[in-house]
Ligand binder design. Sequence first.
Ligand code: ADP
Length: 393
Amino acid sequence: MKILSVNAGSSSLKFTLFEMPDEKVIVSGTFEKIGLESSIYTIKYNGEKIKKECVLNTHKDAVNVLMSELISMNIIKSYDEIEGIGHRIVQGADRFDKSVLVTDEVCKDIEELIPLAPLHNKAHLIGIESFKEVLNDVKQVVVFDTAFHQTMKESEYLYPLPMEWANKYGVRKYGFHGTSHRFISEFMNGYLKKDAKIISCHIGNGASICAIEDGKCKDTSMGFTPLAGLMMGTRCGDIDVSVVPYLCEKLNISAEQLVNKFNKESGLLAITGVSSDLRDVEDEYLKGNQRCVLGLDMYSKKIVNYISMYNTLLGGAEYIVFTAGVGENSPIVRGLVCDKLKAIGVEIDKDLNEEMFGKFGEISTSNSKIKVFVVPTDEEVMIARDTFDLVKE
Ligand code: ADP
């Protein structure tokens, strides 16, 4: 059965076509700059990468181009060979604790949650609608970034604010990257053949940490929005909110504009003054650039803070897992973090750490009290799995 895994953004659409249940990737790609003057799309197929420019006014145009490319590349003979489409949805709030088939009711819920994730949920709905228009009756499924975190207890997800703000306005911690953390949980528990106490560190451009026990989330670092928690590429993570009115006055900007700066002009980019891309920061760090030294010190300390907290919450973690762009590929960040975790008995093997790039493996020594692993995450396959499970019934 062919299942398409989709991530629709405000001007982009990423896709991966799977053969299920084999989980074989047939083709993948990205449409970018949808609605702008000229759009670009790339398709990866059979080890080759095709890049084309065209005009795509809407997401529906992108879906039409995608389908005709699949036909002309002989990947499918007719549209109905695609039997299910799974969409990544950023915000499901407390309404969804698992993936579900798309219905009018479900779309209404996602729409009602737009105020909690204005850019994301709106774009996801456009994605769902576009596939509905082009593929008529195809079954669609929604997979929420927040769903895995719905097992958090009140004591974890509530902010110490007036209760009615949580009840009336939904102001509480939701957590994000749930599909990735769930992948790590299922992968590790499958590998270990037991339900382990895991601290999953998804460190990419966006970054979050999740404490997992019995395959369930106990707590996670992101909050009401993906701005909270760790220091990230361009996001500040946790800060004292009193700086908001103070800076709005000093900079003469609105709270919304300031939060935009917290999201896009802060984090590693702000501290290093070099880049939000860790590869650039590492190049300068290795040359001794002091702002990059400071940046990576802060960046790794925030990760250490959350790992330490979750180690306590779990009553002693058994595994720390690094994943996503930085977690999978940066021995420097992993090294800086693990060096600071010596006090809780973490010890990594320097050579194993240096060798581990984008592949699965252990990097801790046999003496390490908490075992440290690198696991490449795969959110697309999780979306395809959930979609297949719901569509095949
Ligand atoms: P997101 O999905 O949040 O956009 P990714 O998980 O793709 O982010 O991670 C992107 C980050 O991973 C970037 O900061 C990038 O520099 C970093 N990264 C990717 N490859 C490497 C590498 N080989 N060494 C260090 N950092 C890397």
